[in-house]
Design a protein around this ligand. Structure first.
Ligand code: CA
Ligand code: CA
Length: 577
């Protein structure tokens, strides 16, 4: 979880909007589309959580999406987008200088995690983790959550990474994990409608200022900063370090899952700086919390923390298996777990009982010591359920570099240790990856990126490889498949749109033994000007893609009835506030 690419800093706010942009509503019949209409899995035309809904397949059934974005250029010496050459732009907004926290959209608002290198509020300067909220239609900045850094420093809270969690929105509540290893419940309306909830201490929360004292980050007392209408409103707060003794390795990032009244959270418990010691082997890796009160409800029964390779950064998902919801979690031990969502009281605690578990590392990899490139890895991606199977690949902290990976298709209907019995297929040509799969139910094709920069297209049913496409730069985010297209970004800042099909037959002399027989059809490639660590998402007909410095909304201007020659119609006064 590092970034070594310098980024220009700017204090210039950017507001860029299409004057006649229209919000479009999309049909809500997505449950039927995926074949389980009765499940309340959070389907909507919004994208209110990581993956859009609780299944977290990086897929949207929306049609009519743009496939070219023209050229992203900045006015000389600034970070102002020069919209002349941009195509299908709805609006762009400035974020910080790093952005890993994936975009979510709900109730006309957009949320994105970033850092504080472009301070929106002069009262809050220096390294902070920021959740920004924008108006969906216009890109206007509405409010932000300011999270001070942990005094323990980079071992628990790596500098400048910003807020990594993708907020989960339900009704007027937002649930997010902060870089302080807390779960926060926020008010979607922020402080604009007053200070709500039992938590009223926002003025003190935002000023846990950290300074370097003889090289050691130290918390110093700072006068409270009273929140204004553009500040976040915290409803409740659950501190996983204080309450559970969790020791997050470098970063806490979970995009939480809601099932009914319960929130499921990866604690990010991990090793310390020695990379050989787990300070809190008895702290849970995965917990359940009451979404209304923030009260602890239960912990995983799998003792995962005793076997953590390094850190834990996987976000959970739901698997509706034969009429029963299971909660999926990718462990820091490289196992994929399916838990019963209902905590069961045993002794002094309550537990999420393991229904099945599967070791995603092939046995032969265990000969090598972690983090050897040939050896085993943890799971950082989110497991995805599709047709009674679960798809997930292994990978490592990007700091560990490239190495071998493994994508597995697991039969989700079995129970117990299913390593020997539930493998339907696996694909070990994939490299280490932190990316979640995209499965297109229209075609049964699966797309997944890897950290070595390759996008793979396979048959979800059989695991047959159709094509591999080389982005030529690390992929941190995930693919999005929608409208017959695969959207994917990379560390060079390139966003590539690829046809979501089996590709074209390669000439016989180009086919390598054991390699793909087809090649991908690229539709367009656009460089966003800074690294793309996030995942493209779609909400209400607009695709949102973040770079480290900007959030872009693209829609099909022609199909939305807007003129294709946008330049004269745009409100491009970027400095206008
Ligand atoms: Ca409020
Ligand atoms: Ca409050």
């Amino acid at each position: 979880m590092r970034n070594k690419i310098p980024n220009p800093k700017s204090q210039i706010p950017i507001k860029l909007q299409i004057a006649n942009s229209k919000s479009r509503a999309w049909p809500l019949a997505l449950g039927i589309f995926l074949g389980f209409g009765v499940w309340d899995l959070g389907f909507s035309a919004d994208w209110p959580q990581w993956g859009g809904n609780s299944i977290r397949n990086m897929y949207s059934p929306v049609k009519g999406l743009p496939d070219t974005f023209g050229k992203i250029e900045f006015k000389t010496g600034t970070e102002d987008v020069d919209a002349k050459a941009v195509k299908n732009l709805r609006w762009a907004a400035k974020v910080g200088s790093q952005s890993y926290g994936n975009v979510t959209v709900a109730s006309g608002k957009i949320f994105i995690g970033t850092n504080n290198d472009n301070p929106r509020d002069p009262r809050h300067v220096g390294d902070r983790s920021i959740l920004m909220c924008f108006d969906e239609k216009t890109g206007e900045f509405l409010w932000q959550l300011v999270v001070p850094k942990l005094a323990s420093g980079k071992v628990n809270d790596w500098e400048s990474l910003g807020l990594l969690s993708s907020p989960t929105v339900e009704g007027d509540r937002i649930y997010v994990v902060t870089s302080r290893c807390e779960v926060l419940c926020l008010d979607i309306n922020g402080m604009a409608n007053g200070n709500d909830g039992p938590f009223k201490d926002e003025a003190k929360y935002v000023v846990k200022d950290v300074l370097l004292d003889r090289g050691k980050p130290t918390e110093r007392p700072a006068p409270p900063i009273e929140p204004g209408p553009k500040d976040a409103d915290i409803i409740w707060r659950y501190d996983m370090m204080d309450e559970l003794g969790v020791f997050p390795h470098n970063a806490s990032n979970c995009s939480v899952l809601i099932v009914g009244d319960v929130i499921y959270v990866c604690t990010s418990n991990g090793q310390d700086w020695t990379h050989s010691n787990i300070p809190s082997p008895n702290s849970p890796s995965f917990i359940a919390i009451n979404k209304k009160t923030g009260e602890f409800l239960g912990e995983d029964d799998a003792h995962i923390s005793q076997r953590i390779f390094h850190g834990q950064w996987s976000s959970p998902s739901v698997a509706p298996v034969n009429g029963r919801n299971l909660v999926l979690f990718g462990g820091g031990d490289g196992w994929c777990y399916a838990f019963d969502p209902k905590p069961v009281k045993e002794g002094d605690s309550s537990f999420l009982k393991t229904v099945w578990k599967y070791d995603c590392n092939p046995a032969e990899r265990k000969k090598f010591k972690y983090p050897a490139a040939e050896g085993p890895s943890e799971i950082n991606a989110t497991p995805v359920f599709y047709k009674n199977r679960v798809y997930v690949a292994v990978g490592q902290d990007p700091e560990h570099g490239e190495g071998v990976g493994n994508l597995t298709c697991i039969d989700a209907t079995k129970t117990g240790d299913v390593t020997a019995s539930a493998k339907l297929w696996s694909f070990d040509k994939i490299h280490r990856t932190i990316s979640t799969v995209s499965i297109d139910p229209d075609t049964g094709l699966l797309f997944v990126g890897d950290f070595s920069g390759f996008v793979h297209c396979l048959d979800a049913e059989t695991g047959k490889l159709y094509w591999t496409f080389d982005m030529k730069a690390h992929i941190w985010g995930s693919t999005l498949v929608a409208d017959g297209k695969v959207y994917v970004g990379d560390e060079d800042g390139d966003v590539t749109v690829i046809a979501a099909n089996k590709g074209k037959k390669l000439p016989a002399d180009k086919i390598k033994p054991g390699g793909p027989e087809n090649e991908a059809t690229v539709i367009s490639e656009t460089n966003l000007g800074s690294p793309v660590y996030g995942t493209p998402i779609v909400a209400n007909g607009t695709i949102y893609i973040q770079s480290n410095s900007h959030l872009f909304g693209f829609y099909d201007a022609a199909k939305a009835g807007a003129p294709t020659d946008q330049s004269p119609k745009l409100d491009l006064d970027l400095k206008k506030k």
